[in-house]
Design a protein around this ligand. Sequence first.
Ligand SMILES: [Ca+2]
Ligand SMILES: [Ca+2]
Ligand SMILES: [Ca+2]
Length: 185
Amino acid sequence: MNLMKTLFASAAIAVTAGAASASVIFATEVIDVNRGDIHEVVDGRDDVNNALGKADNVFYSMGVGGDITLGFGALATGDVSVWEVTFGEISEHVEIVDVYAIFEGTETKVGSVSNDVSQKGFALTFSGVFDALKLVDVSPLDGGTKDGFDLDAVSVQKVPVPASALLLLGGIAGLGALRRKAKKA
Ligand SMILES: [Ca+2]
Ligand SMILES: [Ca+2]
Ligand SMILES: [Ca+2]
């Protein structure tokens, strides 16, 4: 096996291993926010910081048609999990968000999350890499919502190191491992 083939083969192994050991991280910053016109101001539900960190039942009400863009302090990939809070009968307060992954300004739709499945977190599968997530409230006006999607928390998978560095490091480390293996055999 020549050097380049060895590098690519071991880099592929490193990427697979990196994905398997990806760690869950929660939103750390609000990059942008536009609260929807239809909303209430009660009990601190207008505090955007309630959407940061782990799910704690304290939430930010997005307002109908509102959006929020969140950062995670690292490059991220899926799964994307979203927690919502609804008090009372969920079927009487239908609330939905569309979720978009943003990488260097380009948006890709990840999927939609409704409040009937996300009270204990709902995971959307997504394999792309992104540096921010945008959630857009698309709650139906006739669904009984008063202030749109009530966002408690969002988690993603951290991409261990910048992909290019991972490829290079993985290739070098893998080469050493292959050499050691070859000596043993
Ligand atoms: Ca709710
Ligand atoms: Ca609400
Ligand atoms: Ca919260």
